[in-house]
Design a protein around this ligand. Structure first.
Ligand code: JHZ
Length: 390
């Protein structure tokens, strides 16, 4: 049985940055969050149609993020060394920062966003510009054979029907093949109060416990878990048909159990913390506005779409958002319609405070923006709680 515990209110498509004349047609939906008492899975109550989110207009471009480019290079090296796969497939390959480390002759990409599918196609990788499901798995198997390594980063949690997703994986995974995927961790979200991990694309926020339950039902086993710091705390999950299960699996499940992820009450406490975070952030920004202070935001993230829409924060409280992604610049942030501008076009010293929309890159940003701090500028974050720091 699914039980609702959090209402994040009316939300837009988190990565749909808009032009002025697109505002009147903007799509909104109710973002409510549920806990499944049976599988222990945390999901959105009502999913958004995938085509509305993942299409040729998708703006999140992984290769523009140096930390993520380095991350994928080292994951590719590590997986190659340990598993020595011949046939490799990536689900949700974006513009190819992971797959580029594998031979195009024996590697396949799956990417429903046409703009990015074109990029890996041009790089010489056979790319299927489609959503991952059983039909596609069958098609790829007949055209390219079984896969020894299936990798996916920040994509499996986007897939609404997990039974279909895992059945499709099992269908094409070679006998000794491994399926490795990484997504934000539910435990880290609960510990940090980072409710902004929840937005349209994240159909689910995974715990090891829930994934284990669902994968077992689909004839697959988690044999290892790595805890990662990327994207505000993620887990890398290693899955196979039948490999010895390592200690990290029980260890992670135990930590989740100790935190109470199997109890509905834990989610009610989290929801209370989220409501307090909203109250504190709105109070702080309103106070600063009253004092005539100027506030900018850094990083037009999917996460900040959730925060700004849940907290009703618009241009009157945060004047603009700087972002290094050219495709987001010159557009308006989803729902809040705060202008997104090139970081280079803004003198940060004109502002008193900078809200960290990309709080997961806090250290990188603080390091880059030392001059802002030296000139008296202060940062605001809402993770793990609303606070000002310099
Ligand atoms: P970042 C993305 O979420 C989308 P987002 C996706 N759907 C997903 O699942 C998660 O990742 C995991 C900018 N920036 O990575 C670049 C600066 O402007 O936190 C990016 O637009 N200055 C795949 O959107 C954004 O911030 C900087 O100094 O929440 C970061 O987005 C830095 C470091 C970044 O993901």
């Amino acid at each position: 049985m699914k039980k609702e515990f959090l209402d994040l209110r009316r939300q837009p498509i988190a990565n749909k940055f808009l032009k002025e004349d697109e505002i009147s047609d903007e799509f909104f939906f109710d973002l409510k969050v549920v806990f499944d008492e049976d599988t222990k899975l945390v999901s959105m109550k009502d999913f958004v149609k995938p085509e509305l989110m993942f299409n040729e207009d998708y703006k999140y471009n992984t290769s523009l993020s140096t930390p993520m480019v380095n991350h994928f290079k080292s994951v590719a090296q590590m997986l190659t060394e340990e598993f020595q796969p011949v046939n490799v497939m990536e689900i949700g390959s974006n513009d190819g920062p992971f797959i580029r480390h594998f031979d195009p002759e024996t590697s396949v990409c799956v990417e429903p966003c046409g703009n990015f599918a074109e990029v890996t196609d041009d790089m010489g990788y056979k790319t299927y510009a489609d959503f991952w499901n059983k039909e596609l798995s069958q098609k790829i198997k007949s055209e390219c054979g079984y896969m020894d390594l299936i990798y996916s980063a920040n994509c499996i949690c986007h897939i609404q029907d997990l039974d279909e997703c895992f059945a499709a994986v099992k269908n094409i995974l070679s006998e000794n093949g491994v399926f490795v995927f990484e997504d934000p961790s539910l435990l880290r979200m609960l510990e940090r109060g980072s409710y902004d991990q929840i937005y349209d694309e994240h159909a689910h926020i995974f715990s090891v416990t829930a994934l284990n339950n669902i994968l077992i039902n689909n004839g697959l086993t988690i044999f290892r878990v790595d805890n990662l710091s990327v994207h505000g705390g993620s887990n890398r999950i290693y899955v196979a048909r039948n490999r010895p299960v390592e200690f990290s699996v029980a260890e992670n499940k135990q930590r989740e159990y100790d935190f109470g992820i199997n109890n509905f009450q834990t989610y009610e406490i989290f929801a209370e913390r989220v409501r307090k975070s909203k109250k504190d952030l709105v109070e702080l920004l309103t106070k600063l506005k009253g004092e005539g202070k100027r506030v900018v935001s850094i990083g037009a993230t999917s996460k900040s779409t959730t925060v700004f829409n849940y907290c009703d924060i618009g241009e009157s409280l945060i004047e603009c958002i700087t972002d290094t992604t050219p495709d987001k610049q010159g557009l308006l942030a989803p729902g809040s319609h705060i202008p997104v501008v090139d970081r280079e076009s803004v003198n940060l010293n004109d502002y008193d405070y900078a809200f960290l929309g990309a709080w997961n890159f806090k250290d990188v940003i603080a390091n880059k923006e030392r001059e802002f701090v030296e000139n008296g500028g202060k940062f605001i974050t809402h993770v793990p709680e609303v606070m000002v720091f310099s």
